[in-house]
Design a protein around this ligand. Structure first.
Ligand code: TAP
Length: 506
């Protein structure tokens, strides 16, 4: 074998590989950036101290996109030490320096727009149009809005008898879910940076590539070493270790109630502060003067967007008994405008569930709805026709649902709507508030007085009236078992601060 022969063989094999990759349904399969993704600790991409990896699956093709390193407790310790070391100088940076840093992060984030869209569409199965307009955009808005708020944020206050100073809380552990891969990270990261806290991030194992891109954005923006650390790995190992780490001062978590409870239990051992953004079972109160078609469209959008994997999704449509039949007809008529299918198709409205596990959960709930005697208006169990590969659910609407049925009480996190009738507004508000949750609520109608009464009556962290749009400067979080604490805007920054009262200062 002459060197020339070997070189020719190398070229032939290389071209062959490229051909095979381009023929694959799963375009990520041939991209090295998807394989054995490392941790980002103290400003460097580092190998894990363990050998285990976690597979990442494209939910639309069911193919493996690649792997991430499964972090160890030793990896986490290194990240905590780096964050601890960086804390004194970062927490002493000026507000202006941190505003500039957030602006640079936002600029670098914008430069990676195409990569974010590609990655989130593949790892989450979020339809490409939604990924661009919502997933990508929400991440960016948090960095931009927080920078804007930070410009006027008051870290000190002189009162008649005291001086109050707000100090950064210390090292924060951030644990995030998969449903909005950049939004969930960005709101926590933007607030932490604004406050001067250093962080360790553990993203969801199903959607780690968006987090990897965020780490690259932070690197490119020149975030000082140790201020931002990323440790990949399972929730049961790294998430659990973050919530019980004695040198972490604050745990900010978004995800399921069950894990939220475990995090509180762990954090309680060292009296570590936690903020929890958990689930919801949000009501949509449709008033008797609402336009029926508009109300039906609002309800379907609530369950179809992001395949129902939205903590604030309105999943209980509360409809006046007198409007019920007309509402159901409008739902049936409008459903074809919400196609379920390939996330790469620009016309797709609803993609697959994120994982087989999530698909199974949704199927179980649909079966429970059928077993409870509710009437199936559309959808049902199984996959939509022609979508046998991929974790696709049918858009499912039940009516004749009792307010205390399982499907009317528990978070499904799938495209399932429960229609419940009411007789007067007081009853609607009572039903709206009759769950353990209180994350969001929706009101649809015309009369300003009734809209106001309904909006004020719902006990939840965010109420949207008709077309109300998200305000990234306003607090986001829940009442009841929807969580503890608030994210977004100035309320989000406050979570990463400790107020200190100084008395008798000359
Ligand atoms: P969770 O298990 O709560 O996952 C959220 C995050 O917590 C992930 O990063 C996860 O890591 C981590 N985690 C898991 N177990 C942990 C532990 N013992 N200690 C610390 N962290 C841990 O959510 P899920 O399983 O992905 O989804 C289940 C249900 O949660 C959904 O059906 C839905 O009802 C709800 N959910 C709610 C939200 C929001 S925004 N409120 C978002 C997603 C899901 P791994 O990814 O490695 O497991």
């Amino acid at each position: 074998y002459t060197p020339l022969f070997l070189y020719k063989m190398f070229i032939i094999i290389h071209i062959g590989n490229i051909y095979l990759c381009t023929q694959s349904q799963d375009k990520g399969a041939c991209n090295d950036m998807y394989n054995n993704v490392k941790h980002f600790i103290n400003g460097e991409w580092v190998e894990s101290t363990g050998n285990e990896t976690i597979d990442v699956i494209n939910p639309a093709t069911e193919e493996k996109m690649g792997t991430i390193s499964a972090g160890t407790e030793e990896d986490l310790d290194k990240a905590v030490q780096a964050a601890r070391k960086a804390f004194p100088s970062f927490s002493n940076t000026t507000r202006e320096e941190r505003v500039k840093l957030l602006d640079r992060i936002a600029d670098e984030y914008e430069k990676r727009k195409d990569d974010f869209i590609k990655v989130i569409t593949q790892e989450l199965g979020s339809p490409v149009t939604f990924t661009e307009k919502t997933q990508y955009e929400m991440g960016l808005r948090h960095f931009r809005e927080t920078a804007k708020i930070l410009r006027d944020f008051e870290f000190t206050e002189q009162r008649e008898g005291s001086f109050i100073q707000k100090d950064a809380i210390g090292v924060s552990g951030l644990i995030t879910p998969w449903n909005f891969p950049t939004n969930q990270l960005s709101t926590k990261l933007a607030s932490a940076i604004a406050a001067g806290s250093t962080v360790i991030l553990k993203p969801a194992s199903q959607t780690p590539y968006a987090a990897m891109l965020v780490a690259e954005v932070f690197e490119a923006a020149g975030v000082p070493k140790g201020v931002f650390n990323l440790v990949n790995g399972s929730g049961s190992k790294i998430g659990n270790a973050i919530s019980s780490h004695p040198d972490i001062d604050f745990v900010s978590f978004t995800g399921s109630g069950g894990v939220g409870t475990k995090i509180m239990e762990n954090a309680a051992q060292d009296i570590t502060k936690v903020s929890l953004e958990l689930g919801g079972k949000s009501p949509i109160i449709i008033l008797d003067d609402a336009d029926v078609k508009y109300a039906a469209r609002n309800a379907i959008t609530n369950i179809a967007a992001n395949t129902g994997q939205v903590c604030t999704a309105g999943t209980r449509a509360l409809v006046p008994a007198s409007m019920h039949d007309e509402f159901i007809e409008a739902i049936k008529e409008l459903l074809p405008e919400f196609p379920v299918g390939d996330p790469q198709d620009k016309n797709t409205f609803t993609g697959p569930q994120v994982s087989e596990e999530q698909w199974n959960t949704v199927q179980d709930y649909i079966q429970k709805g059928i077993d409870s005697g509710a009437t199936l208006v559309a959808g049902g169990t199984g996959k939509p026709d022609g979508l046998e590969t991929g974790f696709y659910s049918k858009l499912t609407v039940f009516t004749d649902v009792n307010r205390d049925d399982t499907i009317a009480q528990e978070e499904i996190f799938g495209p399932v709507l429960s229609v419940i009738t009411y007789n007067d507004l007081d009853e609607a508000i009572e039903i709206a508030n009759d769950t353990i949750y209180g994350l969001a609520g929706y009101v649809v109608g015309e009369n300003p007085e009734t809209l106001t009464k309904a909006a004020k009556g719902i006990r939840a962290g965010r109420i949207t009236v008709n077309d109300g749009k998200a305000d990234f400067s306003a607090p986001f979080g829940g009442f009841g078992q929807s969580g503890i604490g608030r994210e977004w805007g100035d309320y989000g920054i406050e979570e990463f601060l400790e107020p200190k009262t100084i008395l008798g200062l000359p």
